[in-house]
Design a protein around this ligand. Structure first.
Ligand code: ADP
Ligand code: MG
Length: 373
């Protein structure tokens, strides 16, 4: 897919911004704190209705304004699409070709993006919650129904935990309601687990090839899904249902004592291995970074496989972390098939001659100017 036009009104430090591009590679250059990341973030928000940096939509609205408006024109395989998203402190409104979408989940995934930013290192190094968020955002782009399941699961989880706390404090002595919560929790939970399992399995196929490419065949990467209780490949939803229920009945006493749900996808994790060693424990900073990069590039291929076209690639401030050869190689590899938006503080080590169709924009204080060739 191809982003032809992007316009922002009162988004972050932009009062009004318009980008029209016909280029495969778009480079945004400028010093720190000028609005480069904000720009890529806005494209990400157009795709997922959520920022990669914050849970609080309010932060996306320009200070002292009451509404941010984002619009985009995207060429997709089957034709052009106009998108618009307005963000107010009360909520968001999304339109596709002028038609307001009743649910945000029917808007999400119209535009597809893969973002790679310095904080993605945390997917490898950080807490399990970061990996679950990664899974949710990525699976959600290709299976919009998944996000609905996640939201429903979260709601049931909160209510179930409240109920467990009441039991724990003796405010309620009747544990019969627990069966009802269990059934709902498990019903949504197994759908989430099955989708995560199959996503990771497919991602593995691409990550393997890409990682071998990046490391000249020296490193073999393995992605492992690690749910809160073991799950085999063969298990269908009915078997999983029974096992999850059994798990909950075994944990019942402990759950009531602790006032919390102890099994389920809210406790899932993922582990990355390189040459048989866990990357977050034994990997060097460089290996952790290439692991994160391989994941993101694998996703690019996976989205193409699922949707029949490549998403946009957003590279935020990651060039400087790669050596000059890798920098150019990275952009070069994808420049013919994937439209790419790159931010950097300096173009010094980018070999511009290798880039066939690129535009350079200078970003300063929320103003963007295209550099003449
Ligand atoms: N809601 C907002 N309204 C106005 N300015 C904002 C808002 N959020 C962030 N900013 C400003 O945006 C700038 C940071 O932009 P960013 O895109 O992160 O910079 P960089 O060019 O380094 O990537 C900071 O100066 C910050 O004060
Ligand atoms: Mg930045």
């Amino acid at each position: 897919m191809f982003l032809n036009k992007l316009s922002l009104t009162n988004y972050r430090n932009y009062d009004r911004f318009e980008l029209e591009t016909s280029h495969q590679v778009n480079l945004f250059v400028g010093p720190n704190a000028q609005g480069k990341t904000n720009l890529l973030e806005s494209i990400y928000v157009m795709a997922l209705t959520k920022s990669h940096r914050t849970h609080q939509d309010k932060q996306l609205i320009r200070w002292n304004e009451d509404q941010a408006l984002l619009t985009a024109e995207v060429d997709k395989r089957y034709g052009p699409v106009r998108l618009s998203l307005s963000i107010t402190p009360q909520g968001k409104k999304a339109k596709i070709n002028g038609l307001e979408q009743r649910k945000l989940s029917s808007f999400i995934g119209t535009l597809n993006v893969v973002m790679f930013a310095p904080e993605d290192l945390e997917i490898v190094k950080g807490a399990p919650g970061i990996r679950r968020r990664f899974l949710d955002m990525e699976i959600g782009q290709v299976h919009p129904g998944y996000l609905y399941e996640v939201t429903q699961y979260q709601k049931v989880l909160v209510q179930r935990n409240n109920y467990l706390k009441q039991l724990a404090s003796g405010k309620s002595a009747n544990a019969a309601m627990l069966d009802i919560w269990n059934e709902q929790l498990v019903q949504f939970g197994i759908k989430i687990m099955k989708k995560r399992q199959s996503f990771i399995k497919k991602l593995q196929v691409w990550a393997e090839r890409i990682h071998a490419g990046i490391t000249n065949g020296r490193e073999e990467i393995l992605l492992e899904y690690r749910p809160s209780f073991p799950l085999s490949e063969e298990e269908d939803e009915a078997m999983l249902f029974d096992r999850f229920m059994l798990k909950l009945s075994q944990a019942k006493e402990q759950e009531i004592r602790r006032g919390a749900t102890l099994a389920g996808p809210h406790r899932d994790d993922m582990v990355f291995w390189i040459n048989g060693k866990e990357v977050h424990v034994y990997g060097s900073q460089g290996q952790q970074r290439t692991t994160a990069l391989s994941l993101k590039l694998a996703e690019l291929e996976l989205i193409r496989e699922e949707l029949g076209e490549y998403p946009l690639l957003l590279l935020d401030d990651v060039l400087s972390e790669l050596d000059p050869y890798r920098q150019t190689q990275l952009i070069e590899t994808f420049q013919d098939k994937v439209q790419t938006f790159v931010t950097t503080t300096s173009l010094d080590s980018v070999n511009m001659e290798k880039l066939r169709d690129s535009a350079v924009y200078h970003v300063a204080g929320g103003a963007v100017t295209e550099q003449a060739d």
